[in-house]
Design a protein around this ligand. Sequence first.
Ligand SMILES: Cc1cc2nc3c(=O)[nH]c(=O)nc-3n(C[C@H](O)[C@H](O)[C@H](O)COP(=O)(O)OP(=O)(O)OC[C@H]3O[C@@H](n4cnc5c(N)ncnc54)[C@H](O)[C@@H]3O)c2cc1C
Length: 414
Amino acid sequence: MNSQYDLIIVGGGMVGTALACALGDSRYRIALIEAGDLAQMPDTPVVAVQDVDLRVSALNMASQAFLEKIGAWQLVPAARLQAYQQMKVWDGEGTGSIQFDAAEMLEPHLGHIVENRVTSAALLQRVQQLSNVTLYTGQSMTGMTRVPGAEGEEEWLVKLSSGEHLHAGLVVAADGALSQVRTLVGFPVREWAYGHHALVCTVQVSAGHQNTCWQRFMPSGPLAFLPVPNSQMCSIVWSCPQDMAEELTALADDEFCRRLQGAIEHQLGEITAVGPRVAIPLRQRHAIQYQQDSVVLVGDAAHTIHPLAGQGVNLGLMDAECLARVLLENAAKGLAVNNPLALRRYARERMPQNLTMMAGMEGFKRLFESDALPVRWLRNTGMKKVAGLGFLKQHIMQEAMGLQRAAVLRKKGA
Ligand SMILES: Cc1cc2nc3c(=O)[nH]c(=O)nc-3n(C[C@H](O)[C@H](O)[C@H](O)COP(=O)(O)OP(=O)(O)OC[C@H]3O[C@@H](n4cnc5c(N)ncnc54)[C@H](O)[C@@H]3O)c2cc1C
């Protein structure tokens, strides 16, 4: 069986699905291929640590504005959204600390913590309402080749694990950090291992999360407590060397809670329960090009960064927003979906933004992992300086919250 599309999106994670939604009701015929099953929307409030997805994301204001614009944010149940008003960051080895407060920016919150499966389920519900998107779930892309198309131009033939063959002028790789599309097409990539694993789990805390994100930096790596939609629970991301992550994962629950309580310096009271623990290896990767041969990379397929500032999917969603905007402009001008000038425009707009964030995160990580006295002095005085310089602190908050982009996206007709 053959099916003809304008574009095929490989990967129905948050970024690929958001792109399909952003191109909804356009003239493009779109195939969205996802190897996993449809994400199910949880319909109960969070009452136990096991109720929370192991993977959560801090979504900034720009991501929220984009998800609103494409009709997905409205489908997230209020019982599964957790706004945070404050962020407390401190140096575990010194005296430096800094606090970010939504009130300083005259905003109701700094962002929201949302389980990844909840964002995905909302996006998939939205996709199912779109007549120009065909969903292939539970099917993997297994191969791609260039073949002559109907109008004499070359196009992509994409093979699915079901045996089906799909054709399109453009393929978008939204298939995550280990992107098969990126490998098959031969995109050059720069990558290096951090030597870190991120241990993730949900915990119950006696002092409550106080609608605050907490982050302590240690030479072994940062430890973050993120508030989830139950005032007594947090999702944690503990970045540390692999052997330490393995040791922490293997500990008995009560011993793990005791270690975690000490690591966060008892800031959230006692840790009284812990859910399943998983350690995820962390690597930094960046594709040297975002487009070649009528294939475009978005999200983690284009860039993966350390989760310490919670920016990975925020960058990915802005990739989707930018690519959709460029492709819709293309359609309005009657140009081909794979018009190389348009695809280059996407790469030119997104690459500097993504690289700037990646470089910032790398610098941050190195600054905090050093135990050398001058570096400790630098980060302690640095944190105090930033805290004291209102304009610099506001600039950092503006960038992390994606405030400028959110304002553009919320403008009527943008
Ligand atoms: C511990 C941790 C914490 C994080 N916290 C945050 C945070 O707070 N804020 C933030 O912004 N980011 C965060 N991130 C980053 C964020 O999780 C990623 O950036 C985001 O999930 C990337 O989304 P994606 O859709 O690009 O890729 P993915 O989520 O990896 O989705 C790719 C999809 O493609 C599918 N797929 C793969 N291969 C194929 C194939 N051959 N055929 C069909 N389908 C295929 C997969 O099944 C998957 O569903 C964190 C990351 C980690 C590791």
